[in-house]
Design a protein around this ligand. Structure first.
Ligand SMILES: [Zn+2]
Length: 98
């Protein structure tokens, strides 16, 4: 098979922004049912993509993340995902707090 795959574009589940999967934040529902931020973008499981921390918090508030992942999120999990995303974004932007 020499079929050429088009570069896969993913959609932010909140605002619909299209981008390559490495430019979006991925939240994954693992096979054990737990949900977490997938910093590598390669964890196995059902994934949902978000373009920014703003969209993540909107997705959590509007239950869009739950719908996209077809699961329930408790507050602890939601808080953990938000915290992980925030710190990942801070690192990728090279912002150092002094
Ligand atoms: Zn978005």
């Amino acid at each position: 098979m020499t079929e050429q795959k088009p570069k896969k574009q993913r959609l932010c589940i909140v605002c619909g922004t299209q981008a390559g999967k490495h430019e979006l934040l991925r939240v994954v529902r693992m096979s054990d049912g737990s949900v977490r931020f997938d910093a590598t973008g390669r964890a196995a499981g059902r994934g949902a993509y978000l373009c920014s921390a703003e969209c993540l918090s909107k997705a959590l508030k509007a239950k869009k993340l739950e719908r996209a992942l077809r699961t329930k999120l408790d507050q602890t999990t939601a808080d953990k995902i938000e915290a992980d995303v925030t710190s990942a974004l801070r690192e990728s932007q090279g912002i150092v707090e002094e």
